[in-house]
Design a binder for this molecule. Structure first.
Ligand SMILES: Cc1cc2nc3c(=O)[nH]c(=O)nc-3n(C[C@H](O)[C@H](O)[C@H](O)COP(=O)(O)OP(=O)(O)OC[C@H]3O[C@@H](n4cnc5c(N)ncnc54)[C@H](O)[C@@H]3O)c2cc1C
Length: 408
């Protein structure tokens, strides 16, 4: 961020705690209001920006970006910078290892050119932070918010560099751990899946032709997302001890193990890049907002990555909060007033509950090891494959194109 873009201020309209994927997206969504209403925005990020480095949002992962999210990035004026490296997902193939039943979701089911796209997180971070560098933000990085306390007109934040900041609206986008939530007494429901996810980029002998694969196995799930040429982003989730075993294998043995789990639909797995492991849990804050406060992204909900929905859901929250702030400013209200946060909650509707429940149900369904469960799942997948209207509705919802049943 250039010196010229820095604005020195101790009281701001909006303070965003966390400049990861979600906090940075929210700051970018406020850009038109900074220009039109002179909205004063601060972003506080604890990690020195290391795109592609240790920062959780911008590591070596790739994210499946639903078509609805692509439209949000278009609205934010960022899609043209992302598009050259976005790989289209045209179809999704869902199967289970060692049992019958398969479902195929296609862009043709919903009449769009793609179901979504795959983007490297590092690119998302780079494009978002380049945008933020153009805005007159109070950008504090590296700086960590250590304490938060309610005031008459907002919240006061204590930073670890000794400075303080007061904000009319404070947005917690500080990720899954969020000690600040705890300081505020916002309870979080937490369920440990007792699974970790290993991510790596792999190369296959056969072209994926824009197809993403979800394969449920006896002890977890494998997702392969299409990337450029014959490369795919692997997300392999299973029990931590079993995952450690495959993580420790040399490349050839790892590729063999992957081949056994996935089969030969893409020919042989030829190469694998560096491997990284993430613990998986479901967590959900019991409150998404209070007057003068909103919670976004992983701080509000962290879900299993099996269906690639976490960031997509978070981005809808980002856009809803930005829209509520815009409406407030137009009506002469402040961003943090109770009515603004009530408007945010109304816009969110049941989106969060439904996506959290659906992703959890998917994990549990495929985690069942009861006798006959595999056959029942196979039948369910087969039926689902035939039930075109249900399939269309679910696909549109997962793409972020449908917020309520039957409503665009
Ligand atoms: C293996 C895996 C694969 C995934 N794949 C997909 C996918 O395909 N599609 C999809 O939609 N989603 C996916 N997700 C989910 C997605 O990655 C998350 O939704 C997203 O990273 C959440 O971003 P965030 O900004 O909320 O949190 P984070 O990325 O954790 O960022 C929080 C930021 O806040 C900063 N911070 C924390 N505390 C403070 C503080 N006190 N003061 C200042 N700064 C602070 C941190 O430094 C960090 O930069 C996946 C997740 C995993 C684990």
């Amino acid at each position: 961020m250039s010196e010229a873009a820095q604005v020195d201020m101790d009281r701001v309209d909006v303070a965003i705690v966390g400049g990861g994927l979600v906090g940075a997206s929210f700051a970018a969504a406020l850009a038109p209001l900074i220009a039109s209403h002179g909205l004063r925005v601060a972003v506080i990020e604890a990690n020195r920006l290391a795109i592609g480095g240790a920062q959780p949002s911008f590591d070596e992962r790739s994210s499946a970006i639903a078509l609805g999210s692509r439209r949000h990035f278009e609205t934010l004026g960022l899609w043209s910078a992302l598009a050259p490296r976005a790989a289209a997902i045209r179809d999704i193939d869902v199967s289970q290892r060692g049992a019958l039943g398969r479902a195929r979701l296609s862009h043709r089911d919903v009449g769009t050119e793609a179901l979504g796209h795959v983007l490297p997180n590092a690119l998302l971070g780079e494009v978002l932070h380049r945008r933020l560098a153009e805005l007159p933000l109070d950008w504090r990085c590296p700086a960590r918010v250590e304490a938060i306390a309610p005031q008459a007109r907002g919240y006061r934040l204590q930073l670890d560099d000794g400075s303080r900041l007061e904000a009319d609206l404070t947005v917690l986008a500080d990720g899954g751990r969020s000690p600040l939530k705890r300081l505020l007494g916002i309870e979080t429901r937490h369920h440990d899946y007792r699974q970790h996810a290993l991510i790596a980029n792999v190369e296959t002998a056969r072209d994926h032709q824009g197809c993403a694969f979800e394969r449920f196995t006896a002890d977890g799930a494998l997702a392969l997302l299409p990337q450029a040429e014959r490369r795919m982003a692997l997300v392999w989730s299973r029990a931590p001890q079993r995952l450690e075993v495959v993580r420790g294998l040399d490349d050839d043995a790892f590729l063999d193990a992957l081949q056994r789990e996935f089969g030969t639909r893409l020919g042989r797995f030829l190469r694998v890049g560096s491997r990284h492991v993430y613990p998986l849990a479901l967590s959900r804050a019991r409150e998404q907002s209070r007057p003068h406060l909103a919670v976004l992204g992983n701080a509000a909900h962290a879900i299993h990555p099996v269906a690639g929905q976490g960031f997509n859901l978070a981005l809808r929250g980002v856009m809803d909060l930005a829209a509520a702030v815009e409406t407030a400013l137009q009506a002469g209200r402040t961003p943090g007033e109770a009515a603004t946060l009530a408007d945010f909650e109304r816009r969110r509707g049941d989106d969060r509950d439904l996506i959290v429940q659906a992703s959890d149900a998917l994990v549990r369904l495929f985690d069942l090891r009861l006798p006959g469960a595999a056959g029942a799942r196979g039948a369910a997948l087969g039926l689902f494959n035939l039930a075109t209207p249900l399939k269309r509705s679910l696909v549109r919802r997962a793409m972020g194109l449908e917020r309520r049943a039957g409503v665009d």
